[in-house]
Design a binder for this molecule. Structure first.
Ligand SMILES: Cc1ncc(COP(=O)(O)O)c(C=O)c1O
Length: 365
């Protein structure tokens, strides 16, 4: 028996949305459709694909470990300094770097539940305590989160829009919240779905950075930019916090193809616009179809939505899986009759409802 580091014992292996190939292999079916991981149904930006083609012949070399050009581009894009940008192997990795850099044994981090399920384990791994605050009406309960702040609090995670509920907290709510947060506590705004939000009350985490607050804004190329498979996300923060995150960051964490693809995707404004428009249309289609069937759902600001099927979501998940549709069952979010579905292309959304109509009546009996 080996002696494992304390904190590792209680961790569970993360269960991502099932990959298409795994379902096809296990069930011996084809034409499987994944609506489980909030990926981009329109694929990657064509400009990103071109950039990858041009770079393929160079992959015998290490990537630029400092990500110089991508950081320059991101800094220009968001109006910050390159020293304020930290690149990650997905924003996932940066969540872990944050805990590594800022959580000591016994330190506390405040987060919502259900929310993105990576905050809690990374805090625990570092010997910290995750203080989880239940959502209120499916939204972050910022009042209750503020009330938990004490001298041990180091980090507060705000997932905005929140995964899995797709809900947002507003500018006014965040302003009132920050007034209660001591300056030295770092507030992490996880804005993985930032590009999808069409709402003037939605706060841009960068505004608080510009106001001189200790905040970390997380964004990613995995969602609206369609590069989930390449693993590239980033943090925008103060130069001081960026420096600490870079100290714990593995030296070549973002590979060469990811760097060139991300740079190209960032320039592809037309693709991004197409993605956002298609998502809005897809959302409206979901709303209409759900209302027609009387299925409750949570209005969403992201590219996925939660719906209450009224039946055991694990069984529903399995029945849909057998028919080639992968969704996310709500049991992992302690919402056992709900499922989370990623908005797909029009034909995918239609197939989702066709399969739902096929399996739901049998499970209601
Ligand atoms: C809220 C949130 N944060 C972060 C991530 C991680 O994204 P990535 O590591 O692909 O950048 C996800 C992915 O689903 C997410 O939903």
């Amino acid at each position: 028996m080996v002696k494992v580091r304390s904190g590792v014992n209680e961790l569970k292996v993360y269960r991502p949305g099932k990959p298409i190939e795994e379902v096809e292999r296990e069930l011996g079916i084809s034409d499987v459709m994944k609506m489980a991981s909030n990926e981009n149904p329109l694929g990657p930006s064509p400009l990103a694909l071109e950039a990858i083609q041009e770079t393929l012949g160079k992959i015998n070399l290490y990537p630029d470990g400092n990500g110089y050009y991508l950081k320059q581009d991101l800094a220009r894009h968001w109006g910050v300094e390159p020293e304020q940008v930290v690149l990650g192997n997905g924003s996932d990795e940066i969540v872990q770097l944050i805990a590594m850099a800022f959580i000591n044994e016994g330190d506390e981090a405040i987060m919502a539940t259900p929310s993105f399920p990576r905050y809690e384990p990374v805090v625990r791994l570092m010997g910290g305590v995750a203080r989880e605050v239940p959502l209120k009406d499916h939204r972050h309960d910022l009042e209750a989160m503020a009330a938990l702040i004490n001298e041990k609090t180091r980090l507060i995670f705000i997932c905005n829009p929140n995964n899995p509920t797709g809900t947002i907290v507003t500018k006014d709510e965040v302003k009132a919240f920050l007034a209660r947060v001591p300056r030295e506590v770092i507030v992490v705004f996880d804005e993985a779905y930032f590009e999808y939000v069409q709402d003037s009350t939605y706060p841009d985490g960068l505004d608080y950075l510009r106001q001189g607050r200790e905040v970390i804004v997380l964004r990613t190329f995995s969602k609206a930019y369609g590069l989930a498979g390449l693993r590239v996300g980033y943090a925008l923060t103060t130069p001081e916090i960026a420096d600490y995150l870079n100290r714990v960051r593995p030296p070549f964490n973002v590979d060469m193809l990811a760097q060139v693809a991300a740079r190209a995707a960032l320039k592809d404004r037309e693709f991004l616009q197409r993605v956002v428009t298609a998502n809005e249309e897809g959302k409206q289609f979901f709303y209409r179809e759900l209302e027609r069937r009387g299925i409750p759902y949570i209005p969403t600001w992201a590219n996925f939505l939660m719906l209450d099927t009224g039946v055991d979501s694990v069984r529903l998940f399995q029945e849909m899986l057998r028919r080639g549709v992968i969704v996310r069952s709500g049991d992992i979010f302690a919402m056992p009759t709900w499922i989370r579905v990623t908005v797909g292309r029009p034909e995918e959304n239609e197939r989702f409802f066709a399969v739902l109509d096929e399996v739901l009546p049998g499970l209601r009996k």
